[in-house]
Design a protein around this ligand. Sequence first.
Ligand code: TXA
Ligand code: MG
Length: 320
Amino acid sequence: MTIISEDISKAVKLLNNEDVVAIPTETVYGLAGNIYSEKAIHKIFEVKQRPLFNPLIAHVSSIEKAKAITRDFPVKAEMLAEAFWPGSLTILLNKNNAVPDLITAGKNTVAVRIPNHPVTLDLLEQLSFPLAAPSANPFGSISPTKARHVESYFGNVIPMILEGGDCKNGIESTIIGFEQNEAVLYRLGSISLEEISDVIGEVKIKNKQEIAPDAPGMLSRHYSPKTKMFLVDDVEKFVKQHANKKIAVIRFCRDKHIPGIEHIEILSEKEDLKEAASKLYAVLHKLDGLNLDMILAEVFPDVGLGKTINDRLERATKNK
Ligand code: TXA
Ligand code: MG
């Protein structure tokens, strides 16, 4: 059985021993292993049933450690690191020769971030290597924001979940890379595009087909519950059309009453998109456990973290 524990020294031992440990971050829980250990990295891919062509993020505790695995650090990357690290931004940088191809899926770039969680920062300080850590969920399913979400997925197959409480941001990091000198968005996430543009100016947005082969996290179906899910503009109309079904609805705020709904989840009574983003996955986990016929989500305002929420809802509702 997996042990949920706050004991950092135990996690250090397991990781030094080339095993894997689920770790808390401020975005989602990750499934971590030594980037230099083939054994640990293979175990991560195997446990997650993740295709090997999908590269992993290297987590470090300082900019110096990030620089130790990269060949160069563009000025704009420095500005972003300065503004957002430790925090929910992953930067794609040219890797140096020490970084194994296994974690970058053979790419020349490595994804790097300093997570903003005291427990994991403490853990990283005690290790002599960066931690590769994808989200701690089976490939394609909802990412975990609580230790017990990880337990429900991997309780019998990993040796330890390092307890760090609920993830504060609750949605993955934003990923930014560079083409020549231009910043490119690879994944919407916990830090809004507006916040990033405030620091480095314009960010190039490619269309999904252009980005998908480079960042498989952008595969269309992802972050999905088992229950049938729909993203709709007009909740009331949809509910009327499915009057005999057990339906739950996810809404941003409480602007009007909708009759005929079994269960309603308001993500932010005070209409705060950051609060809504932080609750989204926990609500999906909860609703997925209720044996409903369908989950409906309302389209969120298309600004700030609303864009990130809509991105995840679109992927969660794709059928393939
Ligand atoms: O918030 C997060 O980023 C969490 C926590 C645990 O840090 N991690 C996470 O990892 O979301 P994962 O593996 O679920 O998503 C990483 C994404 C994938 O979509 C992957 O394709 C992309 O990053 N990625 C990693 N390395 C890349 C690279 N060199 N080039 C392009 N995309 C890359
Ligand atoms: Mg993931």
